[in-house]
Design a protein around this ligand. Structure first.
Ligand code: SME
Length: 154
């Protein structure tokens, strides 16, 4: 199966499992679990949520993979850049990204997408790292944007 079809199938599986579930932590845990196990190029998969007690700071949420950093200020690293700009970041070589935060030195490339709720408010970013360079492209962006929209903004 090509990657686009794999994202479509995974989106259906996520929608079926989440049907009727309203708890946000449960939804984030399920999205990170299913995606992490669906794609062979995923090394670290999860959410950094906007901390309600410290606006302007992300705190790690549900994830799969090796130990993640606990907190990332808006504007710092790839996750903080996605949060500050509201734009998806695709980084082919994280070691060449200014201010990249290395939680695990094996991370080599990544994609980070803003996650908004139904009102359009930023609630988190979704971060996927690979241990190989240049593993994320427009197909990952489209597939993940559709899954995050369906899971958190509708
Ligand atoms: N690479 C991220 C930090 C988070 S971890 O990789 C789990 C960044 O620079 O935002």
């Amino acid at each position: 199966m090509n990657k686009r079809d794999q994202y479509r199938e995974t989106a259906k599986e996520i929608a079926a499992v989440l049907d009727g579930e309203t708890n946000l932590t449960t939804r984030m845990a399920t999205v990170s679990n299913i995606l992490h196990h669906a794609f062979e190029h995923y090394f670290w998969t999860g959410f950094y949520v906007v901390d309600p007690e410290k606006p302007g700071e992300l705190v790690v949420g549900p994830y799969q993979g090796t130990l993640g950093c606990l907190r990332i200020p808006f504007g710092k690293g790839v996750c903080g850049t996605a949060a500050a700009t509201g734009e998806t970041q695709i980084v082919e070589d994280v070691h060449a990204f200014p201010g990249h935060i290395a939680c695990d030195a094996r991370s080599a490339s990544e994609i980070v997408l803003p996650v908004v709720d139904a009102s359009g408010t930023l609630i988190a970013v979704f971060d996927v790292d690979s241990d190989r360079k240049a593993m994320f492209d427009e197909t990952d962006r489209e597939g993940l944007e559709a899954i995050l929209r369906a899971s958190f903004a509708s």
